[in-house]
Design a binder for this molecule. Structure first.
Ligand SMILES: [Zn+2]
Length: 258
């Protein structure tokens, strides 16, 4: 787990709760309980995100900034936009986090993007649409899950990417379709209010990161693999206090029983 993982988690938490203090407290509590499962770092963040989404859905936060269009979306919709736009998680990771089939994600993400950009926000940009009258070599444009979204999200297979890159050089219509999607995606990114950091948030991230590290060596000793981790463990004041107490106890025990 590195600090960027912690930043991801607090950003996801902010997208669910809005309020900074509440977001930090919930991400810290959730991380503490999920880390006891001893999963890999990625899975820990994914599981913690899932737990927080469920929590936000069961207990809708009262302090939501409801005047912001982003916070009018459902918690799971806010998570989808944050994980795709801000965290840049691949589709596979988002699907795994939510426990859904990979092929369900694309149309869902596209629908939420359109909803956020054109129903909830006054984005003032052109609605993404299929290229007019497809040419014989143009790829199919599925209006509920277009290739333009896959391309912008960097989710094309090698062959599809190669074909599209070559096709876009010669086809104005497909280029225009991609441009409309690109503008929408950049617009959405600018409308998600959890990107900015602050000193207060960074301090909170540092604190969560440090307590996670301490938890790693005290509660999950199976990860004690390197001498560095062992030194971290021994250098903790409470561990040193315990060792000193043990030494004093042994000393008295031996002197008493001689
Ligand atoms: Zn074309």
């Amino acid at each position: 787990m590195n600090k960027e993982d912690i930043r991801s988690l607090t950003r996801i938490s902010r997208s669910l709760w809005g309020d900074l203090d509440q977001s930090v407290a919930i991400s810290e509590d959730t991380l503490t309980s999920v880390s006891l499962l001893n999963l890999s770092d990625d899975r820990t963040i994914e599981r913690a995100s899932k737990v927080m989404i469920e929590l936000a859905e069961r207990n809708p936060p009262t302090l939501l900034k409801l005047n912001h269009p982003f916070f009018r979306l459902a918690p799971i919709e806010r998570f989808l936009l944050t994980s795709a736009h801000i965290e840049k998680w691949p589709y596979e990771r988002i699907s795994r986090t939510l426990g859904i089939e990979n092929n369900l994600l694309e149309p869902w993400l596209w629908a939420i993007r359109l909803k956020f950009c054109f129903q909830e926000s006054q984005s003032g940009i052109e609605y993404p649409r299929a290229p007019g009258a497809l040419g014989t070599n143009c790829p199919d444009y599925d209006a509920s899950s277009p290739w333009t979204q896959r391309m912008m999200d960097d989710e094309l297979g090698k062959r599809e990417r190669f074909f599209l890159q070559n096709h876009l050089i010669v086809c104005d219509k497909c280029r225009k379709a991609l441009e409309l999607t690109r503008k929408m995606i950049f617009k959405i990114e600018s409308l998600i209010p959890v990107k900015e950091s602050s000193q207060e948030l960074e301090n909170a991230n540092d604190r969560i990161f440090n307590s996670w590290k301490i938890g790693e060596v005290t509660f999950r000793p199976i990860k004690l693999e390197t001498s560095k981790t062992l030194i971290n463990f021994i250098s903790q004041p409470k561990v040193q206090f315990l060792l000193a107490s043990l030494a004093v106890f042994c000393f008295y025990w031996f002197t008493k029983h001689q």
